[in-house]
Design a protein around this ligand. Sequence first.
Ligand code: FAD
Length: 315
Amino acid sequence: MNNDIYVVIEHVREQVADISYIMLAAARDLAQETGGEVVGILLGQDADGLAGDLAADKVLYGEDPALAEFTSDAYQNALAGLIRENAPRAVFFGSTTIGTDVAGVLSARLGLPLVSSCLKIDDGMIVSQICGGKIMTESNLADTTTLITMIPGGYKPEEGQGGSPEVTPVAVDVADLRVALKEYIEPEVADVDITQEDVLIAIGRGIQTEDNIELAEELAELLGGAVCASRPVVDQGWLPTPRMVGKSGQLVKPKLYLALGISGAPEHVEGMAEAENIIAVNIDPGAPIFDIAKYGAEVDLFDLIDYLLEALEDA
Ligand SMILES: Cc1cc2nc3c(=O)[nH]c(=O)nc-3n(C[C@H](O)[C@H](O)[C@H](O)COP(=O)(O)OP(=O)(O)OC[C@H]3O[C@@H](n4cnc5c(N)ncnc54)[C@H](O)[C@@H]3O)c2cc1C
């Protein structure tokens, strides 16, 4: 085993995902402890140009037509070979649909330990969330290659940008695939495109009833924004799916994200951690949303909405 820290670079539709830069920043902190290099693993076809601004010491680039679009099957095969051959100290994956799809299988297939939902690296320790973010844990690197899935919130994407790494082509084995991409289906068209809004009023289970959503709509109108939601609100059928933020919903980066009655589970945070200003409103002082919020108010959301509506209407 060597001391290098690998980062599986996630990219979709010719764009590097922010989580890749976040992982590079975390990998840098970890590499300082192990004394190794930060190595990006980039898989794709005609995708080596994406390595351009990765803050890695080098990038290993595996090219194959089977890697033109992500499939779990092809990524698993390619990465299993690279990890077995090179035995890095640790490998970062996004705690995303793509990353979790691959990391769990590789852990079982290669018999390697997996630390999930890492938020940051602190003095060489992997600080991660369990129980939906209610408990933080610290883990050491194991004596064998350690796989880590990473959630956003602990680093800014800019911290993993600005490099110009050397790109080394590597052979990848993607034979015997059982899965192929047939079609890329764009998400259904929304009444409001929440990914384009500067101001989002986000409501969670704390909103209690469908009728109460009207209050959030009023607030959004006065602030010139739109209402979005966590999954329970959408699962209840109170708002359409394109208004959902998170792992199974949209990725949003508004100037203001006012989170009302949202606990801050990792699956929700994945979709909004890069908002410029997060204001969390929650009656539970231990709610994990406060860990990533710029400002927090431990108050009843209905009291706050009443106050804001009155103040804004008078303004
Ligand atoms: C595979 C998978 C994918 C998922 N994808 C997503 C996703 O894309 N998006 C997503 O959001 N979730 C997703 N989830 C669900 C996620 O794990 C959480 O269950 C969900 O985010 C919780 O939503 P919430 O914060 O609204 O509800 P809760 O966790 O129930 O939190 C409600 C919060 O409201 C607070 N509250 C209650 N009343 C008030 C009040 N009057 N005033 C102020 N605060 C109040 C409570 O203290 C609590 O913190 C996914 C889960 C899985 C397993």
